[in-house]
Design a protein around this ligand. Sequence first.
Ligand SMILES: [Zn+2]
Length: 215
Amino acid sequence: MKHSLKISSLIIFAATVASAFTSCGNDSELFEEDWLYENKDKPTTLATRSIGWTEDNQGTQYPTLSTIISNPTFKQLAATAWTNTMNALTDSTRCEYGFMIYWKNNRLDFGQITAGPVVSGCEGTKGSWKPNLSTRESEICAVYHCHTPIPACCKSDKYRPTGLSTEDRNWSDLHGIPILAEDFVVNPIRYDANYRSLSHKTYESDLKQRVRQTI
Ligand SMILES: [Zn+2]
C-alpha cells in the first residue's frame, strides 16, 4: 500500500513537472509593469504629534480621481503622454510615458512627462514606468502612466491583459496613492498594425483618492 502510494505520488510529481514545461502556451502573455518599490523611510522613534494640531488642520484633503480626470491640463498632458507612447513603438521595442499629479496650495499641479525604460523583446518582457517619489512626496495625489502597444516582433498568439497590472494595484495599495493607467479598451491586446486607431481609455485604481496625510 505504502509502495503504491509512493508510486502514485511520483506520477503526480512527474506530471506536474511535465506540465510546467509544456504549458508555455499559457505563459505567452506579456507581463505589464515592473514598478520598483522604494522603501519608504521607516520611523525610528515614536514621536508625539506636533503642538498646534487642531481639527482645523488635521491634514490634506486630496482631490479624487474624477476631479483629476476632468482637469483640462491633465487632459492635455495625458493626450501627449499617450502620443509619446505610440510614437515610441518600434517593431521590437516599446516605452511607457507618465507623469506625477500633485496637490499644492489647494491646486492641482503636474510633473514633467517622463519615459520609462525602453523594453525589447516579446514573451516574458514587460514595460514599466517609475513614479518619482523623491520630491514633494506629501504633495503627490496620484500618478498617471500609459501602457504600450504590442510590438510587431510578437506573433499574433502573444498578448497581454489591458488595464491596471497587478504591480500597479500593489503599488497603489502599498503607498495609498491612486493610479491612472491609459491602456487599450480591447482586452487582451495583441499586435495590431493599426494600433494608433484602436480605442483607449483611462483605467482607475480601486483607491479613488489619496489617503489623507495628517500633520
Ligand atoms: Zn501600469
